[in-house]
Design a binder for this molecule. Structure first.
Ligand code: HEC
Length: 172
């Protein structure tokens, strides 16, 4: 039994030493212009899902669905988010094309199906090791709920909000 445990401990230690050596020799890519390995992508998605499950509060959006809040959300989106997530034309934002991970063009691959508490969490806390910043220190809670409301309703906006959304300049 002792021998077995010693065997496992040495295997783990050898793994750590090889991993450290590979990292020190530059074999774990830290550049942003090669696609991530499948293992890396799996770890990132799995860790994000687990973190959200553990930490996010499943609260409803406290704001009313009306023009004022939708227009507020669109204004914030145009100022802080379009540079990475693009405008209503769904074209990829030029400044974000070299980003790793690539931000989704939210007009095309939106989050209307996600619960609002989840989107709110991602905006407030950001997504580690991607370009998605945490906006908790930049935007107020109301701002974050407004932009969350807009993203949730992006495919079913009021006529006024639809007009404002279409007027956000393309980032392509
Ligand atoms: C500097 C670039 C950048 C900015 C600015 C940015 N994001 Fe992101 N965002 C990203 C990236 C990159 C991802 C993808 C993260 C990943 O792969 O998990 C992302 C992911 C997201 C997601 C999750 C999408 C999904 O399908 O799950 C939401 C929602 C989001 N961002 C909203 C916003 C909002 C709202 C703003 C503005 C307040 C914003 N982002 C600003 C880069 C950015």
């Amino acid at each position: 039994m002792k021998l077995f445990i010693a065997g496992i401990a040495s295997a783990l230690l050898a793994g750590l030493v090889v991993g450290y050596a590979a990292m020190s020799l530059g074999f774990f890519p830290a550049n942003a212009d090669t696609p991530p390995s499948r293992l890396e992508t799996w770890i990132a998605h799995h860790a994000l899902r687990a973190t959200i499950d553990r930490l996010a509060h499943k609260t409803a959006n406290p704001l009313a669905l009306n023009d004022e809040n939708l227009l507020g959300g669109i204004k914030i989106y145009a100022m802080r988010c379009a540079v990475c997530h693009g405008a209503a034309d769904g074209k990829s934002a030029a400044d974000a094309r070299g980003l790793y991970q690539k931000p989704p063009e939210l007009a095309k691959h939106g989050v209307e199906d996600d619960p609002e508490w989840m989107t709110h969490w991602k905006i407030r806390h950001g997504i580690r090791l991607t370009g998605m910043p945490s906006f908790g220190k930049v935007l107020t809670e109301k701002d974050i709920w407004q932009v969350t409301l807009f993203l949730k309703r992006m495919d079913a906006l009021t006529p006024k909000a639809e007009k404002a959304w279409k007027a956000v300049p393309s980032q392509a």
